[in-house]
Design a protein around this ligand. Structure first.
Ligand SMILES: Nc1ncnc2c1ncn2[C@@H]1O[C@H](COP(=O)(O)OP(=O)(O)OP(=O)(O)O)[C@@H](O)[C@H]1O
Ligand SMILES: [Mg+2]
Length: 264
């Protein structure tokens, strides 16, 4: 369980809070989609959830973030990284830069947690196969495409076996088949009990994996509820959120004077 209690956060040098009085709870096995226009605070909320803001990136925070009921503020960094994993849109920033092969890269995080070797090998194999990148195992991560690097970075997160995972535009560089593999991975993590917070401009991914949706504007939660209903709410477009393709199709049919129900 991941809990935000009245969290307000200001970036170092920020004139106004980037996150303003946000309270939110993600239960075990729950996938929550987080959407909002550019600059609405999605990435900032991810950094806070993973304990990187303010600890690593600076700034000031009030309120509390709890993991399974425990305040993360006093938690040692090594414990925090073992309990909540974060993935970013730019895979290059999250590859370690010190490994020569994809296999070592995916093993890097869990090896640093001191995982026994047999378990390490089985976790790395499982992570590679769940993202269908076994064939990249011997390749140099630096020489992969952006999309391949993104899958490798996500495999590295999966191999950590996180109970809490925060993904900031995890499929930004992926084609539809790569995006679908990431959706499968998110669904599997959640079915194993992980709490997942996923930010995506690609709302088709959100529509597929998230039951609940949170909409940010100006650092505040402005809408929250069942993802299927909210994603069809026309107000989302005014907030800079793309419609899922099924919603867009339906709207265009209605605009063209056709009845989507009769056509279905
Ligand atoms: N390092 C920083 N220093 C100061 N202000 C920042 C910093 N990073 C972000 N901000 C500000 O905080 C607010 C929220 O930014 P954030 O990156 O969290 O938005 P976002 O919803 O992720 O946007 P996008 O959709 O473009 O990724 C914006 O007003 C942004 O200008
Ligand atoms: Mg962002």
């Amino acid at each position: 369980m991941l809990t935000f209690e009245s969290v307000t956060y200001r970036h170092a040098g920020g004139v106004r809070p980037a996150i303003d009085d946000v309270s939110l709870e993600l239960g075990e096995g729950e996938v929550v989609g987080l959407v909002g226009g550019n600059g609405s605070g999605k990435s900032t909320l991810c950094l806070i959830a993973a304990g990187l803001a303010p600890r690593i990136v600076g700034g000031t925070l009030s309120g509390r973030i709890l993991i399974d009921g425990e305040d993360i503020a006093p938690m040692p960094m090594h414990e925090l990284v073992a309990r909540v994993a974060i993935g970013f849109d730019d895979p290059w920033t999250q590859l370690s830069g010190v490994t020569g092969t994809v296999y070592e890269e995916v093993a890097f995080g869990p090896a640093n947690l001191g995982m026994p070797r047999d378990e390490l090998v089985s976790r790395v194999d499982a992570a590679l196969s769940s993202l269908a990148i076994e064939q990249l195992a011997a390749r140099d991560p630096a020489h992969l495409s952006g999309g391949q690097q993104q899958l490798v970075a996500i495999a590295g997160l999966l191999a950590m076996g996180p109970r809490h995972i925060v993904l900031d535009e995890p499929t930004a560089q992926l084609d539809p088949s790569g995006t679908s593999l990431v959706a499968n991975a998110i669904e599997r993590l959640a079915s194993e009990g992980a709490s997942v917070l996923v930010v995506e401009h690609k709302t088709d991914l959100i529509a597929r994996v998230a039951k609940r949706l949170v909409v940010l504007a100006g650092g505040t939660i402005v809408m929250e509820g069942a993802a299927a209903e909210l994603l069809a709410d026309p107000r989302l477009r005014d907030l800079g959120v793309r419609e899922p393709s099924a919603v867009r199709l339906r709207r265009r049919l209605v605009e063209a004077g056709l009845d989507p129900v009769a056509l279905a």
